[in-house]
Design a protein around this ligand. Structure first.
Ligand code: GLY
Length: 570
């Protein structure tokens, strides 16, 4: 792509973020951007230095941001096995610089054909304890391998095999156990020996390895090699598919060869909104992330924060969270199965109605909002952000759900099965692992995608671009909200990832906050209004942000200080 095409696509973005600007000033804008701006450098922010390194290698081999995304995602499957992997799902938000097209690649898991709405319930209707989180029955049909093959084939410049090469090398040579991996292994300790293939890799002597131990994944290496050689068919058909299905069924799972062969990624329109000249492009259903994010921002844009003290600002932010998460439970599910009123939920007019119900001096009890029946945690999942020197970008969020997914690995594959079925509502009113309440719109049906909170997002304005996202279950959305608001107020990438966080999700009716997120005065102001506060026992999230400043052309990359990685600009 030549520079003028690239600049034209940038101009399109600027035009969209400035709908009220006069025609003359738009012309000026286009001209000035054409002269001043291009991200002549690439940048990556991911959760692991080896994944970032994998992306860099691919840039050095002539790959674009989409090839780098394949390399980073595949490497994370090996070096951060507690968070994502070939046995899980992924969302990739893409910006194609040449055309200006923004597309959302939905590689989310789907329920197997043999799944039923009541598969995790006892005869008396009570949930079977842990059935939706432990073992192969908890796993949806994985989407990430199909997503990687699709990115490489449709958007990349390099063959899939080249982009997978770093991950294959890491699986063969081994990775050094780090503190986050080991924390995940402690979490999984009780069930690790129920499925020996998993235990053999991650508890080699029947114990949690020492920090610094080298963990090799030869079966995963072979699975990656088959994917590299044959693309989609190398995972969803043939030897890998046989091993996955045999392994699943031998241990109580319900996957079939047809489930795997029939898996399809879906390209969807991202959801978009605009607040004060900043365009928000984010994840559509089956993620709840983009709609909930835009809804919260729409509610908040009607308040004049500049005239308010910080306790009032935080109170209003919490009230926006409460209302948007209520609607999440009521309306959101897989759009291929249920009708989701997307336009209404992202409309500023709808948000104005929600805003009108907020009092400045008093918290609304969640029970007082229109009811959906009685009704998170963490660092599970992973996110990376990448931009190349031409302006192509990817915000990718991938997951196997809880740490090490379901704890099940099919023998001979190295593939850890997700437990994403727990993101369905297994029964209206029953909470999932993130304490999220659900309704029938997110009930289990064969082939349906469970509702997600993953929120890969672009922010675009005159100022430039931010590419962001994070792991953290239901808290993902409020982390992205806070980082987006910070960017709108001038924060840089490092400030965005470092922000102290707070969260409310309708039920439970509690504000969870990190140490340092609320000053004593703010805590008092919130409590006086009736908010119940709960300090998180530890910091949460692992946000990765890349920014591009339109005026200077400067590219920046920042990783979360809570994680173990660092951003790189090339
Ligand atoms: N499994 C986490 C999510 O998709 O929200």
């Amino acid at each position: 792509m030549n520079k003028s095409q690239q600049n034209a696509s940038i101009a399109v973005i600027q035009f969209m973020t400035k709908p009220l600007t006069s025609f003359l000033s738009i012309l000026f804008l286009v001209a000035s951007i054409a002269v001043a701006n291009s991200p002549d450098r690439a940048a990556i922010a991911s959760a692991h230095p080896m994944a970032t390194q994998a992306g860099q290698e691919i840039f050095e081999q002539g790959g674009n941001a989409f090839d780098a995304a394949v390399a980073i995602a595949a490497a994370l499957a090996v070096v951060e096995p507690q968070s994502s992997g070939l046995g899980g799902g992924a969302f990739f938000l893409l910006h194609v610089a040449e055309s200006g097209r923004q597309v959302f690649v939905d590689a989310r898991e789907v329920a197997p054909a043999a799944a039923t709405a009541d598969m995790y319930l006892q005869e008396n209707g009570d949930p079977i304890p842990r059935a939706s989180v432990i073992g192969p029955l908890a796993a949806g049909i994985p989407g990430q391998p199909a997503g990687l093959a699709h990115l490489a084939q449709k958007y990349g410049r390099l063959p899939l095999a080249e982009s997978l090469a770093p991950a294959i090398r890491y699986a063969e040579q081994g990775i050094v156990a780090n503190v986050r991996m080991l924390a995940g292994l402690r979490f999984r300790r009780k069930t690790y020996d129920r499925w020996p293939a998993f235990g053999k890799v991650f508890y080699p002597d029947g114990e949690i390895p020492e920090p610094g131990a080298v963990i090799k994944q030869p079966d995963l290496m072979n699975t990656l090699k088959r994917l590299a050689a044959d693309g989609f068919d190398g995972f969803y058909r043939g030897e890998t598919a046989r091993l996955l299905v045999d392994g699943s069924r031998a241990s109580g799972g319900i996957w079939s060869r047809d489930d795997l062969a029939g898996y399809r990624i879906v390209e969807r329109e991202p959801v978009a909104g605009e607040i004060n000249g900043v365009r928000i492009i984010s994840a559509p259903p089956p993620s709840s992330g983009g709609i909930t994010l835009i809804n919260m921002l729409n509610i908040l844009q009607g308040f004049d924060f500049a005239t308010m003290d910080s306790a009032t600002r935080k109170h209003l932010t919490i009230e926006a969270m409460r209302r948007a998460f209520r609607d999440r439970a009521e309306y959101l599910g897989d759009p291929d199965f249920v009708t989701v009123p997307v336009e209404r939920l992202v409309s500023p007019l709808y948000a104005a109605g929600q805003r009108a119900s907020i009092r400045l001096d008093k918290a609304t009890s969640s029970d007082a909002l229109p009811g959906i029946g009685p009704a998170g945690k963490g660092d599970q999942t992973t996110h990376f952000s990448v931009i190349d020197s031409e302006g192509n970008r990817v915000a990718g969020t991938m997951s196997i759900n809880l740490w090490y997914g379901s704890g099940f690995m099919a023998p001979g594959t190295g593939v850890i099965f997700n437990n994403e079925m727990d993101d369905f509502s297994i029964k209206p009113g029953v909470l999932n692992s993130y304490d999220l309440v659900g309704t029938a719109v997110n009930s289990i049906e064969p082939g349906k995608r469970p509702l997600s909170s993953m929120t890969p997002t672009f922010l675009e304005s005159d100022r430039g671009v931010a590419i962001l996202g994070t792991p953290g279950g239901s808290r993902i959305i409020t982390m992205v909200l806070q980082a987006a608001m910070a960017w709108m107020n001038g924060a840089d990438a490092n400030e965005m990832v470092s922000l102290k966080r707070f969260h409310h999700q309708f039920y439970p009716d509690v504000v969870v906050y990190e140490e340092g997120a609320l000053t004593a005065e703010e805590q008092q102001g919130l409590q006086q209004r009736g908010h119940q506060l709960k300090k998180s026992p530890r910091a949460y999230g692992n946000m990765n942000v890349v920014t591009w400043d339109a005026e200077s052309g400067k590219v920046d990359a920042a990783t979360d200080p809570r994680g173990i990685s660092e951003g790189r600009v090339y």
